[in-house]
Design a protein around this ligand. Structure first.
Ligand SMILES: N[C@@H](CCC(=O)N[C@@H](CS)C(=O)NCC(=O)O)C(=O)O
Length: 209
């Protein structure tokens, strides 16, 4: 297998952490997005969507999204279960991941991609160019700020986001909070449950990757 990673981007980090938590050793190739390597002809031949992460399998099949890669690796290496050990946990994780994706990650992408000068003309990832819409950037910041304000209740007194076990929901939420730091946004001062959880997951060796 070959994992196409990019050290500077949040989505491939989700796969890096997942691989580390599973204890797997997968050959990794870094795509330098600062040099625009994701848009090169060579990488387009690997992923016409021009995005990372990508996992290339030994039979030549390629998985082109975090969700696809996670599903595949979980199926061939079930332990430790990172996508839910029981039917209820699997359902809860899917629900929570959608909230993180919709309000957190999409808001963050709107905010960053529509305001940062280096992303002019690249307001969406992918093969096509789109201009920035500054108002969308402001709305994205507001969505992220509101979402960050809800995380304390989401964690409550649980050890991890979905309950007793560390799962992909923890990976997604930790990366979203780190990503929000790029816009100098973070957890509210009084978010004691969220901060206790964030410190614990950030101290796992995989989080350093
Ligand atoms: N939902 C997709 C998102 C992939 C994605 O958008 N990746 C970003 C990096 S976080 C990318 O490749 N961006 C390319 C670009 O900005 O041109 C996944 O998780 O695989």
């Amino acid at each position: 297998m070959k994992f196409y990673d990019s050290k500077t981007a949040p989505s491939p980090r989700r796969v890096r952490i997942f691989i580390a938590e599973k204890g797997l050793d997968i050959k990794t190739v870094d795509i330098d997005m600062r040099k625009g390597e994701q848009l090169s002809d060579e990488f387009r031949a690997i992923n016409p969507n021009c995005t990372v992460p990508v996992l290339e399998l030994d039979d030549g099949n390629r998985l082109l999204t975090t969700a696809g890669i996670w599903q595949y690796l979980e199926a061939i290496h079930p332990e430790p279960a990172l996508m839910g050990a029981t039917a209820l946990e699997k359902g809860l994780i899917a629900d929570i991941r959608w909230q993180i994706e919709f309000s957190g990650s999409m808001g963050m992408a709107e905010a960053l991609r529509n305001t940062v000068p280096g992303m002019k003309g690249r307001a969406l990832p992918g093969p096509d160019n789109y201009e920035q819409i500054p108002e969308l950037g402001e709305r994205g910041k507001l969505r992220v700020q509101r979402f960050l304000g809800r995380i304390d209740d989401m964690i409550g007194d649980k050890e991890f986001v979905a309950g007793d076990n560390y799962t992909v929901a923890d990976i997604d939420l930790m990366i979203l909070i780190d990503f929000a730091g790029w816009l100098k946004m973070g957890l509210p001062e009084d978010a004691a449950n969220a901060k206790r959880w964030y410190d614990a997951v950030s101290n796992r060796p995989s989080a350093k990757l």
